[in-house]
Write a protein that binds this ligand. Structure first.
Ligand code: URA
Length: 308
């Protein structure tokens, strides 16, 4: 073997070792057993359709990266958001419950007016140029969302983190890799669903999004949902849950796995955020990862039924 190749291999081995040293204990081996249970032919089919799905998904739609879209243009004057309690309680007026939905915490009705000639390209481009809040000053890339434009299921997280901000794609960091495993173990193909966040820009230091930031960003999410027309939504973590289901919703530990009405008029399941699951580590009976496994199977069942 030539010296240059030996050197390259040595560097590769060192890199792999460094990665395994940096991997949080408990993250590996968590859903591999379920993934291994999938029929081999099913896996091959999944890979083939993943290739097809990525070939048909527009890159402008799936990433916030195109540099031409990041040219600065004069900021649109942001409409002031009224956060007074009166306004919030007015919008918290109960929406009619959907069938099979837990209506205890049903969400406020949303603004359903669709934009007639809307498109994913338009939305991605507007997100890339958005300067409605201060996050535009600190973001690297906007993170509009990724997946199937005709998805029957949309996962909604909170906001991009450092890894997502660096590449323009949601859920690619450690939490995202954990989510990928959970999806795969349950038989979901990441390319067949749509994955996005409430916020399209990273809050500095990964702080929680403010209500004002969420209000500025939700019209983009609403437009995405109007185009995708999914049958189901899954909200990952308390921030997304409280915004999409209602501010009076109890924490995710109490309501995970339950179906609710959403501000988008679609049934939504409350789910744990994958970064919480990574941190909690264990998959013992009763643990958050164990509970997530029950919830994702329940979600898959309803997803399969919605195909009918
Ligand atoms: N956490 C989120 O809520 N969203 C991401 O895209 C990444 C981490």
């Amino acid at each position: 073997m030539c010296a240059a190749r030996k050197k390259t291999e040595a560097v590769e081995i060192e890199t792999v070792d460094l990665i395994s040293l940096l991997t949080i204990p408990g993250q590996d081996g968590m859903f591999e057993a379920e993934i291994a249970l999938l029929e081999p032919c099913e896996e091959i089919e999944m890979e083939q359709s993943a290739v097809q799905a990525s070939a048909t998904t527009s890159s402008a739609f799936s990433s916030g990266r195109p540099d031409s879209l990041h040219a600065k243009k004069p900021a649109e004057k942001a409409k002031p958001v009224d956060h007074s309690l009166d306004t919030l309680s007015a919008i918290m007026k109960r929406a009619p419950a959907l069938p099979g939905i837990n209506s205890r915490y049903s969400s406020p009705p949303g603004d359903e007016t669709p934009i007639s000639d809307d498109s994913f390209e338009k939305i991605v481009s507007e997100i890339a140029r958005c300067e409605k809040c201060e996050l535009c000053k600190t973001r690297r890339f906007t993170v509009p969302g990724v997946g199937n434009p005709n998805a029957r299921l949309v996962f909604i997280g909170e906001a991009p983190g450092a890894d997502e901000d660096a590449c323009g794609t949601p859920f690619v960091g450690r939490a995202g890799q954990h989510l990928d495993k959970i999806l795969k173990a349950a038989g979901f193909e990441r390319e067949k669903v749509f994955i996005c966040n409430i916020l399209k820009c990273r809050p500095p230091e990964n702080r929680n999004p403010t209500l004002e930031e969420m209000h500025h960003c939700t019209p983009f999410l609403r437009r995405q949902l109007n185009l995708i027309k999914p049958s189901l939504i899954a909200c990952l973590g308390n921030v997304a849950i409280r915004f999409v289901i209602g501010a009076d919703t109890p924490g995710v530990t109490k309501i995970h796995g339950e179906w609710f009405n959403s501000i988008f008029g679609l049934p939504v399941m409350a789910m744990y955020h994958p970064s919480y699951l990574v941190r909690s580590g264990s998959r013992e009976r009763g643990s958050p990862n164990w509970q997530m496994w029950q919830d994702i199977q329940k979600l898959k069942k309803r997803y399969d039924e919605s195909a009918g």
